[in-house]
Structures are given as C-alpha cells and as structure tokens.
Design a protein around this ligand. Structure first.
Ligand SMILES: Nc1ncnc2c1ncn2[C@@H]1O[C@H](COP(=O)(O)OP(=O)(O)O)[C@@H](O)[C@H]1O
Ligand SMILES: [Mg+2]
Length: 243
C-alpha cells in the first residue's frame, strides 16, 4: 500500500490534536503507530478510517485522495476494516449476527451469502464453536478475534487496529496477536496502534512515533527502536521497555 499524509491537522475546540502531520510511505503493509497516551494516535486512526474529517491537509491511499466530505467518506469507510480497544461488538447479537449484520446492511449481501461468509471466516479462525454466543459469553480474546473476523469479512483494502489487546490479559493478548500475525502473512495491509513493543518490532515494516500531535520519529524498526533520533522517542522507549 502507498500512503501519504500531507499536513494533516485536527483541532478539538481550541486544542490542537494533530499539528500538520506529514509522512509518506511507498510500500507499506504494516505500519505501527506508537507514542505516549494523548499524543493523537487514535485521532489519526479515526481520520484514516474516515470516521472524523481532518480540518486540513491531504490524505492519499494508493494514489487516491480521501475527500473529507460525507458522501465520499461513506464509501471510504466501507473499504476499511476497523477494530478498537474494546466494545467493538453489538452486545445483544451473536458472533454470527455481529458479522452478518454489516455485510447485509452496509455491503448489500443477501442473508444466505452473508451467513456463508461469516461461517467461513469464523471457521478459519477456529471460532466455529462460538457462532451462537453473544459477546458476554465469550472470553475477551475471543471477542476481539470475532471483531477482527468481522473487519476482515468485508474484504477491506486496509485494516485499522487501535490497541486491540490493551483490555486483555497476556494469554488472550497472545491469541489476538497470533491472529494479526496470520493475517499479516497473508499480505493484508495494516495500520496498528499498540503498546506491545515486542510485537510491534516483529510485525512493523514502518514505525511512526507520534507525540503531542506531531510525528517525532518515523522509519524502520531498527531506526526507531535501535537509534531513535529524538530525545522524546528514546525517553518513551526507555519508559515502556523498562518493565
Ligand atoms: N472527540 C474529542 N473531543 C475532544 N477532544 C478529543 C476528542 N478525541 C480526542 N481528544 C483529545 O485529543 C488528544 C489526543 O487524543 P487521542 O487521539 O485519543 O490520543 P492517543 O490515542 O494517542 O492516546 C487528547 O488530548 C484527547 O483528549
Ligand atoms: Mg488512543
């Protein structure tokens, strides 16, 4: 995937959350965003997902400029799979229905085709025993895996994951990270926000360190983790890698 961010800015009221964020990647499959809490990672991901418009700047994905107007963004959102920290699934629906609902409502599949696709994907990710369970009857790890399966079921051009494991214990974190690794090996495109630094190092083609609404560092895993140029990034890494 080719991705370019040119002077993307976003304010909430008087607070500047993204300051003219600029970066460009020619060939990226897994872009990992790291940085301190409040640095603007989720806001940037929401702009990439088309969930909120940027105030100014240009976003281009594979040569196509994302227009920040509702009609365009509606179409854009249909081609992006998103998974957030927690509370992704509809609590009153089974795992199966959670996957079929967007396929039918948003993507126009027939109920039979949607169910067929949902069964296939749940089976593929070894979730077949849980078709009929509601989120409350699933473990946290299973819940996130169903959420990722739902995002993948729409055949997105890009998957955006915002701290998908931050609400999980280590064992569940591992099962979710394995699923992401499996999808990555298939060649899917990801933009991932994570605090799992070990995982970030393993999967990232490119790492962006976002702090205070600015990109303070960007480059390969080696560039960012082994020889960060900014003091902000070295201090952040020292903090998060300490324990
Ligand atoms: N919808 C919103 N309204 C007002 N302020 C927001 C909103 N979303 C995020 N912010 C603010 O923007 C800043 C960056 O937040 P966020 O993008 O969530 O950072 P991160 O994901 O890196 O922790 C924070 O100060 C946060 O309070
Ligand atoms: Mg966040």
């Amino acid at each position: 995937m080719k991705l370019s961010l040119d002077r993307i800015s976003k304010n909430f009221g008087s607070q500047v959350v993204l300051h003219s964020v600029t970066a460009s990647f020619d060939q990226v499959h897994t872009l990992v965003l790291i940085g301190p809490s409040g640095g603007g990672k989720s806001t940037l991901l929401r702009i990439l997902a088309g969930l909120v418009p940027a105030d100014s700047g240009t976003l281009t994905i594979d040569g196509e400029t994302v227009r920040f107007e509702e009609e365009y963004l509606l179409k854009h959102r249909r081609r992006i799979g998103t998974v957030f920290q927690a509370f992704n699934l509809f609590p009153h629906l089974t795992a199966l229905k959670n996957i079929t609902l967007p396929l039918v409502r948003v993507h126009g599949l027939s109920i039979e085709n949607a169910e067929e696709a949902a069964h296939q994907i749940l089976k593929r990710f070894r979730l077949d025993d849980h078709f009929q369970k509601r989120p409350a009857e699933l473990s946290g790890g299973q819940r996130q895996r169903v959420a990722i399966a739902r995002a993948v079921a729409i055949k997105p051009r890009l998957l955006l994951l915002d701290e998908p494991t931050s609400a999980l214990d280590p064992e569940m974190t591992a099962e979710v990270l394995e699923m992401i690794q499996e999808l990555r090996r298939e060649g899917r495109n990801f933009i991932l926000v994570t605090h799992e630094m070990g995982f970030a190092r393993e999967v990232a083609d490119q790492v962006v360190f976002l702090a205070g609404g600015r990109i303070a560092e960007s480059g390969s895993v080696e560039d960012v983790f082994e020889r960060p140029a900014s003091q902000e990034c070295s201090e952040f890494l020292a903090r998060v890698l300490k324990y």
